[in-house]
Design a binder for this molecule. Sequence first.
Ligand SMILES: C[S@@+](CC[C@H](N)C(=O)[O-])C[C@H]1O[C@@H](n2cnc3c(N)ncnc32)[C@H](O)[C@@H]1O
Length: 207
Amino acid sequence: MSSTQQHWQQLYDSRRPEQLGWYQQSPDFSLSLFDEIGADPSLAVIDAGCGASMLVDSLIQQGYRNITLLDLSAAALETVKTRLGKNGNIPNYRTQDITLASFPARFDIWHDRAVFHFLTEAQDRKNYMATLARSLTAQGHAIIGTFSMTGPDSCSGLQVVQYDEARMNAELPDDLELLKSRPSTHITPSGKPQQYLYFIIRHKYAR
Ligand SMILES: C[S@@+](CC[C@H](N)C(=O)[O-])C[C@H]1O[C@@H](n2cnc3c(N)ncnc32)[C@H](O)[C@@H]1O
């Protein structure tokens, strides 16, 4: 197990989801972006670095059935599976590093909240984007939420990279384009505001 994986595994082993800074009772902003891209429940979705997020609960409630949940931490995925109860067998669970992942089928929606910004090594970001480009359907969209330039520069003891449109554009391979970005303020469970910027990305030649 890598030291990064150990870090996340220990976090989810030792704390309840609602004690973590990124906890959201309801992923309203992500869901509003699903609406903005015209998502519907027939689509294939991956929540990359899902942690114990409640996004999957909302998606299942809306009728989504093709859902992949990926995280470095098996403990986080176990928490989700247990919480989902009888719906726990709907998602496909993968304990994996997203920068090393490959998938048997493509996704129409790639969702990442607060994961890409932990990639401080250029090669990891390159691998992530290459995986995204080959894993997204031709008409698909990626929704990537990162800390913005006025957001924190670290999280849970790890350095992060803050993003604006120019920085995100610089990370995109030739075949992906940034459609738009949307700011959002997250209030942590201890009441601190954190500035995020969400990016909507798709294949450059998608129509
Ligand atoms: C700040 S949390 C956000 C969790 C979730 N997206 C949310 O919004 O609640 C970051 C998550 O990314 C996962 N993670 C970090 N680096 C990763 C990587 N390289 N591959 C897969 N997951 C990763 C961590 O285990 C953790 O669950």
